[in-house]
Design a protein around this ligand. Structure first.
Ligand code: 5GP
Length: 188
């Protein structure tokens, strides 16, 4: 397969999506891998742009037919996965692929693609700051926030397995660091 893979993983609320959006606008030759999920659309999310929204049955059928490069039950009963067809679509266009996926999925893809992939872990400055960010984002219930925090602590323990850990304590600085890491990786 031609094309390189750039993987972004982070605990929810670490600012990963903002950084991914920034990177996509930087003029690198890359496109976003739209994941499939069995969760319902949130807010202004659009099918085929943010995710491919599948029913649990559709998702299970694609698992059975080996259509996923990786998938995880990121939250109980909410499945997320990268479709092989999505990666083929982007690399077939001659582009590099950007992933915004959970920590286990990110490490899974890194293992499969090794030197062809750059795995970036975006870390929040602290769990307290992460909690504040999730509250201000206002998209999750307090119960969901508590779940995300518990998960964040678990996910942070995987940071050392990534190629680079970028602490997002200053968004502009984090964006620059990420840009630099990608530029180096793509020029290799
Ligand atoms: P959200 O529901 O907030 O959009 O996403 C929840 C989590 O699922 C995020 O950490 C996101 O990165 C992750 N995620 C999104 N797509 C995929 C995917 O294709 N595979 C895996 N393993 N995780 C994903």
């Amino acid at each position: 397969m031609s094309g390189k893979l750039i993987i972004f993983s982070a605990p929810s609320g670490a600012g990963k999506s903002t950084i991914v959006q920034h990177v996509l606008g930087c003029g690198f030759n890359m496109a976003f891998s739209v994941s499939a999920t069995s969760r319902a659309p949130r807010g202004s999310e659009v099918h085929g742009v943010d995710y491919y929204y599948l029913t649990p049955d559709e998702f299970r059928s694609k698992i059975r037919h080996n259509e996923f490069l990786e998938y995880e039950e990121v939250y109980p009963n909410s499945f997320y996965g990268t479709l092989r067809s999505e990666v083929e679509r982007i690399t077939g266009d001659g582009k590099n692929v950007v992933f915004d996926i959970d920590v286990l999925g990110g490490l899974n893809i890194k293992k499969q693609y090794d030197e062809q992939a750059l795995a970036l872990f975006i870390a929040p400055p602290s769990i307290e700051v992460l909690h504040q960010r999730l509250v201000s984002r206002g998209t999750d219930s307090p119960e969901m926030i508590a779940k995300r925090i518990g998960k964040a602590e678990f996910e942070l323990s995987f940071a050392p397995q990534f190629d680079r850990v970028i602490v997002n304590d200053d968004l502009d600085k984090a964006k620059k660091e990420v840009e630099q890491a990608i530029r180096e990786f793509l020029s290799k």
